[in-house]
Design a protein around this ligand. Structure first.
Ligand code: FMN
Length: 197
């Protein structure tokens, strides 16, 4: 009896997550490790989609192979509709879309309703399908960001006013939640699993 209750519990709590990666080097290693931890600790099924620039950045930081080795399904952008994730998102096949990291470029497109890349199209279609969207934009605070180049050189970037304004626009979008640090991904996923069960 207990066995069957456990099986039913597991089936009920399975949530379908799609994780989008855009082309940001800032905190990319921390985000990848957070997602791997989440997948392994919580036994979650996570589909991964990567923008063209995301693939480039992952290669530069030597993280593409680790990503591929850690997740069963990693799809790289050919164009806004290939791989075709827009359809499944519109019909609510996924319970949540997480985009981390989110570049200044994709942030700007999303807030102005542009959907001409795989990830910005995914966000647009997820919202049309009433799927909650959680994003971690890298340029969201006024403070300069200490970051590191692929070859280990530390440098500082200064978020532009337009980037900060766009993140505020994101915060005002319905069904979009802006995360302030990568570790919040764990909290929101666990909260969604809890709500589902
Ligand atoms: C090594 C590397 C690191 C980058 N890091 C960032 C970053 O931290 N934040 C950002 O907004 N753009 C960053 N970019 C620039 C974006 O990749 C570029 O704006 C690209 O057009 C984003 O496309 P996407 O939003 O479709 O992924 C980086 C590019 C490279 C090559």
């Amino acid at each position: 009896m207990y066995f069957y209750i456990c099986i039913i519990g597991v089936l009920i709590t399975v949530i379908r997550i799609i994780w989008g990666i855009t082309g940001s080097g800032d905190r990319i290693d921390e985000i990848l490790e957070t997602m791997i931890h989440l997948k392994e600790m919580d036994g979650l099924k996570i589909s991964v989609v990567v923008s063209k620039a995301g693939e480039q950045v992952l290669r530069w930081y030597n993280l593409l192979e680790r990503l591929r080795a850690s997740f069963d399904r990693v799809q790289i952008e050919t164009n806004a509709n290939v791989p075709f994730i827009a359809g499944p998102l519109q019909i609510g096949k996924y319970d949540l879309l997480i985009v981390a990291p989110l570049t200044g470029n994709s942030t700007a497109k999303i807030v102005y309703g542009i959907a001409d890349t795989l990830i910005t199209n995914a966000v647009a279609q997820a919202l049309k399908g009433h799927t909650p969207v959680y994003v971690y934009p890298v340029d969201q605070f006024e403070e300069p960001i200490e970051t590191e180049s692929p070859d280990g050189i530390k440098f500082t970037v200064h978020p532009r006013t337009i980037d900060l304004e766009n993140v505020n626009r994101l915060r005002n979008m319905e069904s979009v939640t802006v995360l302030t640090k990568p570790s919040e991904i764990v909290d929101i996923v666990r909260r969604n699993v809890h709500e589902e069960s």
